[in-house]
Ligand binder design. Structure first.
Ligand SMILES: C[S@@+](CC[C@H](N)C(=O)[O-])C[C@H]1O[C@@H](n2cnc3c(N)ncnc32)[C@H](O)[C@@H]1O
Length: 206
């Protein structure tokens, strides 16, 4: 099957800084698996890691989140996100960060604004990219830093379920439980949502 048959396309904005990269699908594809989260987003703060143009966070902003911070190493994406979020009254900040620099790179970019906790941490479509760029040890330190900062939800998409499984021990160690999984999309990879604390039992009527 070629790219056209599968409905995949490389997004034109995904060119350099340092070589060709690709993002597959269209905006609606990259929301796959996220829609259940939208109804719980009102009032929550968001850290969007490798947010590209910030369009997933834009959907959360439309649903009433209270703050968005995001980062990406693709400067045109960061500039686009800033321009988009100028249209929202909520506080937002988008910075150029190369995540291979680990938590220190994030801390340096955001300074005192890097919050100790964000209600929602988005880690979408970046794990498998980092695997090509740096060591597992660097990525694990970053993921553990981010998981510790996720006050309610840690949301991760990777290119395969096997890669998601690699992250499970780090998220469990951070006190999170998996509450959502979606692999319905044939265009983008599977997505998991982890929630801080124990999952409440279903309370229904029998
Ligand atoms: C597949 S896209 C995902 C975009 C967005 N999170 C989404 O789900 O729609 C991967 C993003 O990771 C960014 N990226 C790749 N390597 C990076 C790095 N080392 N540091 C920061 N951002 C990086 C790319 O610029 C791109 O925006």
């Amino acid at each position: 099957m070629n790219e056209q048959d599968s409905g995949m396309r490389a997004c034109p904005q995904e060119t350099p800084p340092d070589g060709p990269r690709t993002v597959y699908g269209f905006h609606g594809d990259r929301l796959a698996g996220l829609r259940d989260l939208f109804q719980y987003a009102r009032g929550l703060s968001v850290l969007d890691i490798a947010m590209n143009h910030g369009l997933v966070s834009l959907e959360l902003a439309r649903r009433g989140v209270s703050l968005v911070h995001g980062c990406d190493y693709h400067e045109p994406g960061v500039l686009a996100a800033r321009a988009i979020f100028d249209e929202f009254r909520i506080p937002s900040r988008f910075e150029v960060v190369d995540l291979t620099g680990g938590p220190e790179a994030l801390q340096a970019a955001f300074g005192a604004d890097h919050l100790p906790r964000y209600d929602i941490v988005l880690f979408l479509g970046i794990y498998h990219k980092l695997k090509d760029q740096t060591s597992d040890a660097v990525i694990e330190r970053l993921v553990r830093h981010l998981a510790a900062r996720a006050a309610r939800y840690f949301v991760v998409r990777a290119s395969s379920s096997a890669l998601l499984d690699e992250l499970a021990p780090m998220l469990s160690d951070a006190g999170m439980s998996k509450v959502h999984f979606s692999a319905l999309s044939r265009v983008v990879g599977p997505l998991e949502i982890w929630q801080r604390g124990d999952v409440s039992p279903y309370i229904g009527t029998s």
